[in-house]
Design a protein around this ligand. Structure first.
Ligand SMILES: Cc1cc2nc3c(=O)[nH]c(=O)nc-3n(C[C@H](O)[C@H](O)[C@H](O)COP(=O)(O)OP(=O)(O)OC[C@H]3O[C@@H](n4cnc5c(N)ncnc54)[C@H](O)[C@@H]3O)c2cc1C
Length: 500
């Protein structure tokens, strides 16, 4: 190391930070990682994920480059529709209502598969995503452009990236909270941190990559920026993502960017822990099969179109809608026709389930307004139209004449036994952050790069608005993290050149 000065300090130990640290080290830089939490709580939100990771791809053969264990025999039984860069881009634009910053959206979709291959090279392993196909007569038919998952979910991802950092001799300082960057003559000269013993110190460095997530774990910031009702949201992931890195970037002159009153949220088991529990990772509390069923609130009324789209495109929005209901509570309802089609999370012992043989009994056990509930179901059943039911496509089997309608997968709700799963809203991450360009440079109010300051992951503002296509959070962290390491190296080479 040059006079005990790190080339780059990476703030955070989630996916974006670790990809940035590996990439910077690959470029030959001296890297230090600083993490606010203790070692046993490292990995940020990334640790808690299901590991679903969205990328563009041409065909199964290409995918098999990162899925070597899929045999020819298995491949014969897989139908994986192409998902091109333009499909990923279109999905991003569609769910963000055209607001995703174009250069960031291009970067994410264009670099996605190349980055998956790079992650594989670093030791990250992938599996076929068991939640993204239907078995049709022995053929696994994938849908929704999300066939990959990191092996052993977020846990496996974080473990592999830390293994790689160990191989590369990159050190991590735990219980070390970044509190500011030190700038001199317009350049970064170090990172100010609060140490475990509450003392403050300066760690000298020539560049800083901020990858410390959003502000979803700060109740005060949630209420201030997203809305008062967010006080009661369950925090689905890391307790440490309180927006420190965003504040650091803004204080250093960065531009506030993106949808500050927006966030990603998900329907979550009503009895889930109030903040991510590190002994129960893997995203086990979400409840995602609602397009196949109905959703009612405590009053017994429906309030969203459960079948508007595949769950990847609606779950963020519907989590938010649940928070607006009495007691922030809703019930997902399924009858025995669809119960076997539900995702695995409904079978876990952690899933709160109410089962009944009649609708009256179900209403009583749920504690909802029985007459309203029964009327809701009756009106719904009468509104269901004939049609071919097919959960692997948007089948157009819908209701007519009720509000909200159910646009796809509308079966009558009448086959006992009946099941109700109480849910609430869990916040995943916030959308408002900092202006960052496609080189992962933090930009100032004039949209000029702040020398030596980079950001990745949830800290990149302007990519997601309203909603996001599921699996894009991890992909974004990897794409912009990898890029941040590379851009930091280019920045340091240019500095060296100048000094000659
Ligand atoms: C339950 C759950 C399931 C999810 N499932 C998926 C999924 O399947 N697919 C997908 O794409 N996305 C998923 N997401 C979203 C995904 O987790 C995020 O988009 C992504 O992990 C963000 O990565 P990141 O590296 O930016 O942040 P994080 O992984 O949250 O990392 C931020 C890190 O910064 C640290 N930190 C914070 N402040 C400081 C500070 N001042 N100093 C030092 N360190 C600090 C934190 O402790 C943490 O380690 C899920 C999220 C949750 C909560």
């Amino acid at each position: 190391m040059d006079n005990n000065v790190y080339d780059v300090i990476v703030v955070g130990s989630g996916n974006a930070a670790l990809c940035a640290a590996v990439s910077a080290r690959e470029e030959g830089l001296n890297v230090l990682v600083v993490e606010k939490g203790p070692k046993e709580k490292r990995g940020g939100n990334s640790f808690f994920t299901d590991g679903a990771i969205r990328c563009a791809y041409n065909n199964l053969d290409e995918m098999r480059k990162v899925l070597p264990e899929v045999t020819d025999e298995q491949a014969e039984k897989i139908e994986m529709p192409v998902y091109e860069v333009s499909d990923f881009h279109e999905d991003l634009m569609r769910v963000t209502k055209g607001k995703s910053e174009p250069s960031l959206a291009n970067k994410l979709s264009e670099d996605s598969f190349e980055t998956i291959k790079w992650m594989y090279k670093q030791g990250v392993r992938f599996d076929l995503n068991e939640n993204q196909y239907f078995d049709q007569g022995g053929k696994l038919v994938f849908w929704g452009g999300l066939p990959l998952k990191t092996h052993r979910k977020g846990m496996g991802l974080i473990e592999s990236l830390f293994n790689r950092l160990d191989e590369l001799n990159v050190e991590t300082l735990y219980e070390t909270r970044a509190i500011g960057v030190q700038q001199e003559n317009g350049k970064i000269v170090g990172l100010n941190v609060e140490n475990k013993d509450a003392s403050n110190s300066l760690i000298p460095a020539k560049a800083v990559i901020l990858a410390s997530g959003g502000f979803e774990a700060s109740k005060a910031k949630r209420m201030k920026y997203i809305g008062e009702e967010w006080e009661k949201a369950v925090v689905r992931g890391s307790e440490y993502n309180t927006g420190d890195g965003i504040e650091i970037a803004l204080e250093a002159g960065g531009k506030k960017y993106g949808e500050w009153d927006g966030c990603h949220a998900h329907t979550t088991d009503y009895n889930a822990p109030r903040v991510g529990d590190y002994s129960k990772p893997g995203d086990i509390y979400k409840k995602s099969s609602y397009p196949l069923g109905l959703i009612v609130n405590k009053n017994g009324e429906r309030f969203v179109d459960e079948g508007a789209d595949f769950r990847n495109y609606t779950y963020a929005k519907y989590g938010k809608e649940t928070l607006k209901q009495p007691d922030q509570k809703a019930f997902q309802l399924y009858d025995s026709q669809v119960r076997s089609l539900l995702r695995k999370e409904y079978d876990l012992k952690e899933a709160t389930c109410i089962k009944a043989d009649t609708l009256e009994e179900l209403a009583e056990k749920m504690g909802v307004e029985q007459p309203v509930f029964l009327e809701t179901i009756e009106r719904y059943n009468q509104a269901v139209q004939e049609g071919d039911y097919n959960p692997s496509i948007k089948d157009g089997k819908q209701t007519v004449g009720i509000e909200p309608s159910k646009s796809n997968w509308a079966l009558t709700f009448d086959q006992a036994p009946f099941y109700a799963y109480p849910v609430t809203c869990g916040i995943t991450f916030t959308f408002g952050a900092v202006r960052v360009n496609d080189l992962s440079e933090v930009l100032d109010e004039q949209e000029q790069p702040i020398p030596g300051l980079f950001a990745a992951g949830e800290m990149v503002g302007g990519l997601f608005y309203h909603n996001y296509p599921g699996g894009s959070g991890l992909m974004s962290g990897a794409v912009f993290g990898k890029q941040a390491g590379k851009t930091a190296a280019n920045y340091l080479s240019a500095l060296k050149e100048k000094a000659k």
